[in-house]
Design a protein around this ligand. Structure first.
Ligand code: ADP
Length: 588
């Protein structure tokens, strides 16, 4: 695609170059044609001038042939007076006619008289028989010739006519009269021209030109014949004629005169060059315009294409976005559905957990009841036995009529039954399943818990120290709180049971806006590996039948439910210490 594009570009460039070159050529060609036409017109104006200049004197030698002085001088060449007359006549006529020179030769070519007889380079006494015009005139024809004068070295046009003996044509020829016309004046008119103007002879030798360097050069190489003839006639006085090199091929030419001359004009090449340049620049400009507008159109089309492409891309992106949104919505809906399902399951599980927890709490309570059963039985047995003993004694006292003693025994019985009632009352509340939230007096709870375990402590000979500050109230369920306290006291009892020192202390105090119940014992403390699992359900170090491992787990969850905290640590002086922190009721 890229290669194709650059190939096209190269082709376009080549085309443009070809067009520019073509314009150059066309411009040059047109300019050449125009220049040639112009040159021709110019030559057509110039040629008649030259023609008339040449023709003006055409008849002069002919007329001179009838001049008596000429005829006479030729008839008597040794007559000095006749020669003198001839010379003066020729000089007068030359001055009148304004020609270069007029002279008369005898049949041998010897000049008898000349208009320039009195000048140092005068022709008199010179022989010009080698000149072709002499030969022609001698044979009765008009002789015409252009050449450089052998004595004066001045170029000129020679016209010769025969002179007849009696001045009548057809008679014997006694001599030749020649008029030499200078073309220098004519040549001078060319000097103002920019273009090269030349006059060349039949053989192509330039003998007149406004380019001095071109004179006596030939337009083409000369053949041997011509060279020989030139040498013989001394036409150009032995000048070496060399071909002109590098002359322009653009010229106009016009034949002139009777000697096969060519009047030529070589227009200045720079004009052709300038025209070519103008045409080429016009073409370049035009091409540049075309290229520029083409480029603009191309740019515009590209911009439109880009715009439509970006619009399409935008539309596609929008469509993709829509698809994505739809897909995402679908995914979200599914996820939501999953979540809802999970939530429902979670709720179910939570429900299950709650009921399980309740059951566990209940189970814990029952377990504790089981553990306390021995103590309680013992506790109830004692007053029961006492009641029976008091009742038996009272009957004896009644039989004996000792009414006072009977009343005393009845009082004891009443006391003992009241104590039993108190114990049972505690147990009844403890075993209750439902939960009631109310203000709980912690000191009362501490005392009630201690009371339930009193006999146990006593049986194991463990000293229980109770120190409960009054008036600390928390919101909760008294039974649950007591369940926790009993559990902690029981654990403490278990911990000291087999030790040397058997001491357990329960202390209730205020700690900021919390109530703090501390239960410390003189046991072995909590081993490190146990501490990590202390509050885990079913974790126990006690033999089976004695511990379920539920006590601390349940207690902890009860305390947490009341926004409290249950912690345990070993004391510096030995033994474990459990701390129960519960938020105090506001205003308490
Ligand atoms: P259980 O009493 O049925 O074993 P708990 O949850 O009440 O269950 O107690 C868990 C464990 O914590 C006990 O088995 C015991 O190892 C340890 N523990 C509890 N209280 C104390 C304490 N006062 N001193 C030393 N260890 C204790």
């Amino acid at each position: 695609m890229r290669a194709k594009k650059s190939l096209l570009l190269l082709l376009a460039l080549l085309c443009a170059l070809a067009m520019i070159a073509g314009s150059w050529l066309a411009g040059s060609w047109r300019a050449r044609a125009e220049l040639q036409q112009q040159g021709l017109r110019q030559l057509q104006l110039m040629a008649p001038d030259l023609q008339s200049l040449l023709q003006k004197y055409e008849t002069l030698p002919f007329v001179l042939g009838f001049q008596p002085d000429l005829i006479e001088a030729l008839a008597r060449p040794s007559d000095r007076a006749a020669i003198t007359r001839l010379n003066s006549t020729l000089q007068t006529i030359q001055q009148q006619a304004k020609v270069g020179a007029i002279y008369v030769m005898d049949r041998d070519g010897l000049t008898l008289g000349a208009s320039n007889w009195d000048q140092p380079l005068g022709f008199v006494g010179k022989n010009f028989s080698y000149r072709p015009y002499f030969d022609a005139a001698l044979h009765g024809r008009a002789g015409r010739f252009y050449g450089i004068g052998t004595s004066t070295s001045e170029a000129g046009y020679f016209i010769a006519q025969p002179v007849y003996r009696n001045g009548s044509a057809g008679g014997p020829v006694t001599g030749v009269v020649v008029v030499k016309i200078s073309l220098a004046e004519f040549e001078r008119t060319w000097s103002s021209s920019d273009d090269a103007i030349v006059l060349a002879d039949r053989s192509g030798v330039i003998f007149l030109s406004n380019r001095p360097g071109w004179i006596y050069r030939s337009l083409g190489p000369l053949d041997a014949d011509t060279e020989r003839q030139l040498a013989h006639t001394q036409q150009y006085m032995g000048q070496r004629i060399t071909p002109l090199s590098g002359q322009p091929d653009l010229y106009a030419t016009q034949p002139v005169g009777q000697l096969g001359w060519q009047l030529m004009l070589f227009p200045r090449q720079t004009r052709v060059l300038r025209a070519g340049l103008q045409w080429a620049s016009a073409a370049t400009l035009l091409l540049a315009c075309v290229a520029l507008s083409g480029w603009a159109v191309h740019q515009r089309r590209r911009r439109l294409e880009e715009r439509s492409a970006s619009r399409a891309a935008l539309q596609q992106a929008a469509a993709e976005l829509d698809d994505k949104i739809v897909e995402r919505t679908r995914q979200l809906r599914t996820t939501n559905q999953h979540l809802e399902n999970k939530y429902a399951k979670l709720q179910e599980t939570e429900h299950l957990l709650r009921s399980t927890q309740n059951e566990l709490v209940q189970a814990g309570k029952l377990a504790m009841l089981g553990q306390m059963a021995t103590g309680i039985t013992h506790e109830l047995n004692q007053p029961l036995a006492a009641i029976r003993a008091f009742a038996d004694n009272a009957r004896i006292f009644l039989e004996r009529g000792q009414g006072e003693q009977v009343a005393g025994n009845l009082g004891h019985i009443s006391e003992a039954s009241a104590r039993m009632g108190a114990i049972i009352g505690q147990l009844k509340g403890f075993a209750r399943k439902d939960e009631t939230m109310a203000a709980v007096d912690l000191a009362a709870s501490v005392r009630a818990s201690a009371f339930l375990l009193e006999s146990e402590f006593r049986r194991h000979d463990v000293r229980l120290e109770i120190d409960a500050a009054d008036g600390l109230k928390v919101t909760g369920d008294s039974v649950r709180i007591e369940q926790v306290l009993i559990n902690l006291l029981r654990n403490a009892l278990d911990a000291v049971e087999s030790g040397e020192r058997r001491e357990v202390a329960i202390r209730l105090a205020r700690d900021g806006d919390h109530a703090l119940v501390g239960i410390s014992d003189s046991g072995a403390g909590i081993p490190e590996q146990v501490a990590a699992h202390l509050f885990e359900p079913f974790f126990t170090t006690k033999p089976s039948g004695k511990g379920l491992g539920l006590g601390l787990a349940i207690s902890s969850s009860i305390v947490q439910a009341m926004n409290g905290q249950l912690t345990a640590h070993n004391q510096a002086g030995g033994g474990a210490r459990f701390e129960l922190r519960l938020p105090l009721q506001q205003g308490a």
